[in-house]
Design a binder for this molecule. Structure first.
Ligand code: UD1
Ligand code: UDP
Length: 356
């Protein structure tokens, strides 16, 4: 029985790691098809190294481009790889353009497809990821939901069959890597950081980066807060430079290259607060019990907000500063993303799907 995973971007790799490990543990034949959506060492290879993911069997080398171009090129080449390999099932992860291309290529070839992180919705159709989520959910054969909210969202769209609440694979990823991160990562020492004496920021959502006013408001808020460590996504670096904000910001706060997963876990765990527009980072902040200020008007990870550990704030300088200074959760986090057994449950269901 052969299973093919299709990945291409940073959050795909992180979700792939525990699933690949479990597929190997259960002795299933697993091939990895990498679209090449992300390609800088620190956006790509570092995750394979940090998390012990085998090198991809196929590297399609698509790279960057407009949404239509990038997704179209991926669709063509993923299809070729799937035709050559003839897997019994495919797995796609999250909501990137690589996820959409993989899901669509599999569906068109009648290869059964499992979607990990099914049912997530922001209900904002201007967000490219929202289009990807909806389309992939509607063409997948197995919908693997991280939360009850996600399963409920699918139900609202009429999807009730082959839906399973399995928990979140990012809990598994964190569990697998936390000890290794504590042993191996030198990031706190190399940046001379003390426990809880800094804010950690990540920004890369198109709505925040591609609009000059929004990005300037965020940059000015980070600058005013000071004591910020900011692993900067290449998209954000490009726009900060294009909008003339880069030099100013790098003189005032600690802007660094994106970091690997092990370094990121330590930066998150020891931060006083996390400021982010990332889906995965919101969740990790919650799992680590670090207050999170999310630079968006809505989130798919509503449980983190409902539980009082995440606060949403749009791209407004004063609002961001106030939220970061004032937000203090007053109780323990709940256990809403599962217990770290999602990958085992997923592999069991994918194996059954492949036999169907
Ligand atoms: C993509 C995903 C987003 C995810 C993010 C994770 C889509 C629609 N978006 O957004 O859901 O949260 O990845 O990080 O799939 N670039 C480089 N080197 C790289 C990668 C990107 O320089 O290795 C630059 C290029 O200028 C590129 C830009 O970043 O045009 C955007 O990259 P792209 O993969 O298109 O989207 P992301 O913003 O990374
Ligand atoms: N991440 C990382 N290094 C960084 C920034 C993020 O390892 O410099 C990890 C983060 O810990 C999380 C994942 O990337 O596991 C989230 O991916 P990203 O923010 O790129 O995308 P999103 O989750 O928003 O789709």
């Amino acid at each position: 029985m052969k299973i093919a995973s299709i990945v291409g971007a940073r959050p795909n790799f992180i979700k792939l790691a525990p699933v690949d490990k479990e597929l190997q543990r259960q002795g299933l034949d697993h091939i990895i098809i990498h679209t090449g959506q992300h390609y800088n060492y620190e956006m790509d290879r570092v995750f394979f190294d940090d998390m012990g993911i085998p090198s991809p069997d196929y590297h399609l080398g698509i790279g960057s481009g407009s949404h239509g171009f990038q997704t179209g090129e991926m669709l063509k080449k993923v299809e070729e790889a799937l035709i050559a390999e003839k897997p019994e099932a495919a797995i796609v992860y999250g909501d990137t353009n690589s996820t959409l291309a993989g899901g669509l290529a599999a569906a068109k070839l009648h290869i059964k497809c499992a979607h990990i992180e099914a049912g997530l919705r922001s209900y904002d159709k201007d967000m490219p990821e929202e289009i990807n989520r909806v389309l992939v959910d509607h063409c997948s054969d197995l919908l693997l939901c991280p939360t009850q909210t996600a399963a409920d969202n699918l139900k609202k769209e009429g999807i009730t069959e082959n839906v399973y609440l399995v928990g979140d694979v990012m809990v598994d990823a964190q569990r697998d890597c936390q000890r290794i991160a504590a042993e191996k990562s030198q990031i706190l020492k190399s940046l001379k950081l003390e426990d809880r004496d800094y804010f950690l920021a990540t920004v890369h959502r198109a709505s925040n980066t591609d609009d000059k006013n929004n990005l300037a408001a965020i940059a000015m808020a980070l600058e005013a807060l000071g004591d910020v460590v900011f692993p900067c996504h290449p998209r954000t670096e490009k726009y900060l430079k294009d909008f003339g904000l880069w030099k100013h910001l790098t003189e005032r706060i600690n802007v660094i290259k994106p970091v690997g997963y092990l370094d990121m876990l330590l930066l998150e765990k020891n931060a006083q607060k996390i400021i982010t527009d990332s889906g995965g980072v919101q969740k990790e902040a919650y799992l680590l019990g670090v207050p999170c200020i999310t630079l968006r008007d809505e989130t798919e990870w509503v449980e983190t907000v409902d539980d009082g550990w995440n606060v949403l704030v749009g791209p407004n300088r004063e609002d961001i500063i106030n939220a970061v200074r004032c937000f203090e959760p007053d109780h323990e986090c709940q256990d809403v993303f599962g217990k770290g057994d999602a990958s085992a449950r997923i592999v069991e269901l994918v194996a059954k799907l492949a036999e169907r």
